[in-house]
Write a protein that binds this ligand. Structure first.
Ligand code: BES
Ligand code: ZN
Ligand code: ZN
Length: 515
């Protein structure tokens, strides 16, 4: 999709669809109140007047109403898109609204649309700055546009080709800034989603390495892709234990962004990703039902590769190194077994109780390796546990940390990214979960209780004293039910928040005005 900005009066724009956002203003005091259009001129208000007066359109989040041949406007159709109640409103409602508008246009085989940039109709109607609004619209539209028919022999070809955001000249600088950032972030998220969508036979660890390298070459990042030999040389005993059961060689992918303007003694951020391109469970094999989904067990790796793509283009003044540990978890004559004891790169010994808890094994070596490369702050993303969805459902990803300040810094970025994460504990009193009778630690919990916490406790051993944030994205990486603003399939969760966390290390602007 080609998207652009236009500073003009929306009433004069000739387009197949003109989109206007609306908020639901009904309250207990005033249950007859009609939806309020955001950023609309009097000509637009007039065109929508009868529809709004009918009460048929409630402006619920993602709700759509379409008017054909609206009077006194140049557009063929006027599309009203609901954002829900104003006081529920964050910039993320615009992200969803823009996504819903694009998807509704696609469903109507419309290839071109224009969106009226929302300005508050009353002082209290919108609580975010123009830059963030522009960014959210650009992101939502690009994210909403994608559908996954890559592997159909007959592509449906109903893409929206052109999107124009029509804004007021008065907001030009802010809107331009947010729009550019939004396009970069959305491209990164869509890149991650495309990786997650690939089946395991196509996206092997080697292929993931190739795609990361190709991205880095274009983006101007340093990238090294290593395999079995280097992993053994580095004595990554945990990573190698998982990898050795597959005929597909593993990949250790290291990407580096080293801007000249980063302070020499400044932080070095480490982005570590779980890249299991297929998780059978290994010898502790998973049930057949739903196993096909385990191709998305590399969503954490994809999030990091996507984030690096955006970082290369946004150019924050901070060093970033990403370490992706990619392997296939297979049962085989050479596979690791329950009961095996392996030695991680850090020197810690691990009793393998369940070969299906492989993510924490590959990450333990990834986290330690990132520290040896000089990382002063760590973040990892992983589809680590089924248990995190039992704890949080499929709305929030799990956030764990060994450092309150680092965690709060991450959580503040969620207001900008529009993603939802909820902090869960991993305090030392949970250490008992991973205590082994025969080795330093074991790779599962004592029982099923608090399974997401056991996973976090395991990783925490390898973060050590380094400030670290762990995102367990298992519940959100695959969108099971299509939403008005998001297709079925890979969600790209984590990409936006990880980018925001990186930017927060250099940002002097407030979170709200960051575009
Ligand atoms: N890849 C899975 C976790 C997962 C589950 C991701 C559902 C996405 C959706 C992970 O490797 C795993 O199997 N974890 C086990 C851990 C257990 C054996 C301690 C789990 O969650 O059951
Ligand atoms: Zn597993
Ligand atoms: Zn896994």
């Amino acid at each position: 999709m080609d998207s652009k900005l236009l500073f003009a009066d929306a009433a004069t724009i000739a387009t197949p669809v003109l989109v206007v956002f609306a908020i639901d203003t009904q309250s207990e005091k005033d249950s007859d109140a009609r939806p309020l259009l955001l950023g609309a001129s009097s000509a637009l208000e007039e065109a929508a007047r009868t529809l709004l007066a009918s009460g048929e359109f409630k402006a619920a989040l993602g709700e759509i109403a379409v008017l054909h041949a609206p009077a006194a406007l140049k557009t063929e159709r006027l599309m009203l898109v609901g954002l829900g109640k104003a006081n529920d409103g964050s910039a993320d409602t615009l992200r969803k609204g823009a996504g819903a508008a694009v998807r509704a246009a696609k469903a109507r085989a419309v290839r071109e649309l224009a969106i009226v940039f929302p300005r508050p109709a009353r002082p209290d109607d919108l609580k975010f700055a123009d830059a963030l609004a522009a960014r959210a619209i650009a992101e939502g539209a690009e994210i909403g546009e994608l559908d996954w028919d890559t592997y159909r022999s007959e592509r449906k070809e109903r893409s929206v080709e052109t999107l124009t955001i029509i804004a007021d000249e008065a907001a030009r600088t802010e809107v331009e800034r947010g729009f550019e950032a939004g396009r970069i972030v959305a491209a990164a998220q869509n890149f991650a989603r495309a990786l997650v969508n690939e089946p395991g036979n196509v996206l092997t660890p080697t292929e993931l390495g190739r795609r990361a390298k190709a991205m880095c070459d274009v983006a101007g990042l340093r990238c090294e892709v290593y395999s079995s030999q280097k992993i053994q040389e580095l004595e990554m005993g945990a990573f190698w234990a998982v990898a050795k059961g597959s005929a597909e060689p593993p990949a250790l992918i290291v990407m580096a962004y080293e801007p000249a303007n980063a302070a020499a003694d400044g932080p070095v951020l480490g982005l570590v990703g779980k890249g299991i391109t297929f998780d059978t469970g290994g010898i502790s094999i998973k049930p057949a039902d739903g196993m096909e989904k385990m191709k998305y067990d590399m969503a954490g790796a994809a999030a990091m590769i996507g984030a690096m793509h955006a970082i290369a283009r946004l150019k924050p003044a901070v060093k970033v190194i990403s370490v992706v540990c990619s392997a296939e978890n297979m049962p085989d004559g050479r596979a690791y077994k329950p009961g095996d004891v392996v030695t991680a790169m850090s020197g810690k010994t691990i009793e393998v109780v369940n070969t299906d808890a492989e993510g924490r094994l590959v990450l333990s070596d990834g986290l330690h390796y990132a520290k040896t490369l000089g990382c002063t702050h760590l973040i990892n993303a992983a589809t680590l546990t089924g248990a995190v969805s039992i704890a949080l459902g499929q709305l929030n990803f799990g956030v764990f940390s060994n450092d309150d300040a680092a965690c709060e810094q991450f959580m503040r970025g969620l207001a900008v990214s529009g993603e939802k994460g909820w902090r869960l504990p991993c305090t030392d009193d949970y250490r008992d979960h991973i205590k082994s009778e025969i080795a330093d630690i074991m790779n599962t919990g004592k029982n099923r209780y608090g399974g997401a916490i056991s996973g976090a406790m395991f990783l925490k051993e390898f973060a050590g004293e380094t400030p670290w944030v762990h995102l367990d994205i298992a519940g959100l990486a695959w969108n099971e039910r299509p939403k008005p603003w998001l297709a079925y399939g890979p969600s790209g969760v984590g990409v936006r928040s990880i980018i925001e966390w990186v930017r927060s290390f250099e940002a002097k602007t407030t979170a709200d005005s960051r575009g």
